[in-house]
Design a protein. Structure first.
Length: 353
């Protein structure tokens, strides 16, 4: 079992930034209507299967660093820390500005954080932000830094548009192939950031208790993106992502089923101890399968995918940031984050609010 515990790490603040333009599932289906008609797919299938009604869309040339900077600046302002008090900045997005340098370098420069800091990208599909939290927490717990920022700006507009174009121009697309590409059409754009710090300098009581990790890499072929998602590549690159959604959902639920006993052993939390659950915001079917496998109370769930879609690495932390306020999480309540990412990886993280 891979597990980790923290005594002195606090979640100080969040920052959020979303597109003003929303794209509905109905609008996407209208765009690929000829494919639906040829394959006899009923209108409304995308929203009915995924639960995603709308998702945010930025223009394809909006850089991940620019939107991550907006979210990070908000988190920094809310924390009360000055830029020169930040010892580490980690960018966690799948989409990036360039192949190199690290997108974190651009955000670091934009925020005016000093040279005496650790700056890097962590990219691990949808669980990048969870991995960023784990790494930053270890740095804080070890006394290496007192405070740090995590950020993720996801602009996936290009892959959504490319998928629609591919579906329309390829007459050989079958129902099976369409179903493999349909999860891409649930993706949405968004940016999130969080400031974590040592309890000696914290004003919040939101403790990062610890968590567990599992990696079932035998399932690495169930979700594959064919190209690097960097905006700087230009329009000549046509990224496509395909998923075996049914098998991915089954494998993820089973992996979660194996991970939850690890949480019980590491954190001492049974399902009855958990007050709030934030599952990765993929869609309705994945969440339903997970809760059935865990035996967790679905009433404890909080979801934002219906409005925002699957914002990749920004999805889960954004759900926590929004849910903490909308659910009015009380001091001392236990919060469980269940992150899944293609690979197949899972991270379960526990917090005491």
């Amino acid at each position: 079992m891979i597990s980790f515990r923290f005594e002195h790490v606090r979640v100080e603040s969040f920052g959020l930034h979303f597109p003003s333009t929303l794209l509905s599932s109905a609008e996407i289906e209208e765009r690929i209507g000829a494919v639906y008609q040829r394959l006899q797919i009923p209108t409304g299938t995308l929203e009915r299967v995924s639960g995603v009604s709308t998702r945010g869309m930025w223009a394809t040339d909006v850089t991940p660093s620019s939107v991550a900077t907006i979210a990070a600046r908000e988190a920094l302002d809310r924390s009360g820390f000055r830029p020169d008090q930040i010892g580490a900045l980690i960018n966690c997005s799948v989409s990036r500005d360039f192949f190199e340098p690290a997108t974190a370098c651009l955000v670091h420069n934009n925020l005016g954080i000093p040279e005496e800091s650790l700056v890097l990208d962590i990219t691990n599909a949808c669980i990048g932000f969870s991995d960023g939290m784990i790494m930053l927490a270890h740095l804080i717990e070890a006394g290496t830094v007192k405070a740090g920022i995590l950020c993720s700006g996801e602009n996936i507009s290009k892959v959504v548009h490319t998928t629609c174009e591919q579906l329309l121009k390829d007459p050989s697309i079958t129902r099976e192939k369409l179903l493999q590409m349909l999860p891409t059409l649930t993706l949405g754009c968004g940016a999130v950031a969080a400031v974590l710090c040592h309890d000696s300098v914290a004003s919040s009581s939101h403790r990062f208790v610890g968590g567990v990790a599992r990696s079932a890499s035998q399932h690495h072929q169930l979700c594959i993106g064919n190209g690097d998602f960097s905006v700087g590549q230009g329009e000549e690159i046509a990224p496509i992502m395909t998923s075996d959604a049914a098998q991915l959902m089954i494998a993820a639920a089973k992996l979660g089923g194996r991970a939850f006993p690890d949480v019980t052993a590491s954190l001492g939390w049974s399902k009855d101890h958990v007050d709030h659950v934030f599952c990765h915001q993929v869609g309705r079917q994945v969440n339903d399968a997970f809760y059935r496998e865990m035996g967790l109370d679905f009433d404890k769930d909080f979801a934002i995918y219906k409005r925002y879609g699957n914002m990749v690495s920004a999805a889960l932390p954004a759900a926590l940031a929004i849910g903490a306020e909308e659910k009015a999480i009380k001091p001392g309540e236990k919060v469980l984050l269940t992150a899944f990412g293609s690979g197949l990886n899972t991270r379960f993280l526990g917090f005491e609010w």
